[in-house]
Design a protein around this ligand. Structure first.
Ligand code: CP
Length: 353
């Protein structure tokens, strides 16, 4: 059973095929209008969402399928203490495919290894958001005509910004991409994300948004994620670190593409919206097209195998308070060796400390 928990669960060939399908869907929507007739998508959202949930639902309806689900944990039996594993087993009885968002890192992976239908990670804590990356890839491809040889500025909350982690994993598989990481020191990219990429891409770090502004092909702005902070004073100090305004774009390339996964809070002035380089609303539309392509791909591809449970070392405890193991006591704590040789939790990827 193919599930998508991490963008690396999709090969470059699969990504390229999905981009082609999404473009074909946008040109010939009627061809796809009944492709999922009789199929049901379950949207299990334990955390708020506008774009991801509604675009998944719109995607399934436009494929002729139906949608069941919930949009908050309180309206599901999770509020009575039901585990993610049991939820996944139950929903497998009612639906053909699951899209799950959860505040705990690793929750969609737990669902995938327990479900008998494909599971799509629709965002887990500060960990991964692979379908946002699908939206980003299609947008970059449509705007720039390629996915390689690009200088990509990633700005804002690179620590908790799950969209950034997934995007780096995806874009580093294409040749010649360079990432400029722009963040306050407190919100730097986690080491494990960079270690996983190794020497497949170049990285530069700065705290100054303007330092490389004239070099960017893609400027990817992100929100400082209030909901991930335990100390709100730190959030308040950092929240307006980077605000993109028209004057900051004067020396930027004329064909630069400005992206943001949205929602924005204050990182991009509404005055930038009229700039032809602003692509973040197109990006949201592209998200629906890529989710259509992904649903089709996963429903068509049934290799009869269950999503693999990772092997590793037990006998250690994950201390990450945002890992799914912090709330689901029955889960066995298991650690695997990362490319850097350090042991990492199989659910949340945090290094054993
Ligand atoms: N980009 C994104 O994940 O938006 P939502 O939180 O509204 O789904």
């Amino acid at each position: 059973m193919k599930s998508v928990i991490d963008i690396l669960d999709l090969s470059v060939e699969e990504l390229d095929d999905m981009i082609k399908t999404a473009i074909d869907i946008s040109k010939n929507p009627d061809k796809y209008a009944n492709k999922c007739k009789g199929k049901k998508l379950a949207t299990l959202f334990f955390e708020p969402s506008t774009r991801t949930r509604l675009s998944f639902e719109a995607a399934m309806y436009e494929l002729g399928g139906n949608v069941i689900g919930f949009s908050e944990a309180n309206s599901s039996s999770a509020s009575k203490g039901e585990s993610v594993a049991d939820t996944a087993k139950i929903v497998s009885c009612y639906a053909d495919i699951i899209a799950m968002r959860h505040p705990k890192e690793g929750a969609p992976y737990v669902a995938a290894i327990n479900a008998s239908i494909p599971v799509i990670n629709a965002g887990d804590g500060g960990h991964h958001h692979p379908t946002q990356t699908l939206a980003d890839l299609l947008t970059v491809y449509r705007e720039k005509g390629r996915l390689d040889g690009l200088t990509i500025g990633l700005v804002g909350d690179l620590k908790y910004g799950r969209t950034v982690h997934s995007l780096i994993n995806a874009m580093s598989r294409y040749e010649g991409n360079k990432f400029v990481l722009v963040s306050p020191r407190e919100l730097k990219l986690p080491d494990y994300v960079r270690n996983d990429v190794g020497n497949k891409a170049q990285f530069v770090e700065t705290t100054d948004l303007m330092e490389y502004m004239d070099k960017f092909d893609i400027l990817y702005m992100t929100r400082i994620q209030r909901e991930r902070f335990t100390d709100l004073d730190v959030y308040n100090r950092l929240k307006d670190s980077y605000i993109l305004t028209p004057d900051k774009l004067i020396n930027a390339k004329k064909d630069m593409c400005i992206l943001h996964p949205l929602p924005r809070v204050n990182e991009i002035s509404v005055k930038v919206d009229d700039d032809e380089r602003a692509c973040y609303f197109k990006q949201a539309l592209n998200g629906k097209l890529m989710r259509m392509a992904l649903i089709l791909h996963l429903l068509e591809l049934n290799d009869g195998k269950r999503f693999p449970k990772l092997d590793g070392e037990s006998g250690h405890v994950c201390k990450n308070p945002t890992c799914i193991t912090s709330t689901e006591q029955e889960l066995e704590h298991v650690f695997k060796k990362g490319k850097d040789g350090l042991l990492r939790c199989i659910y949340c990827d945090k290094t054993l400390s």
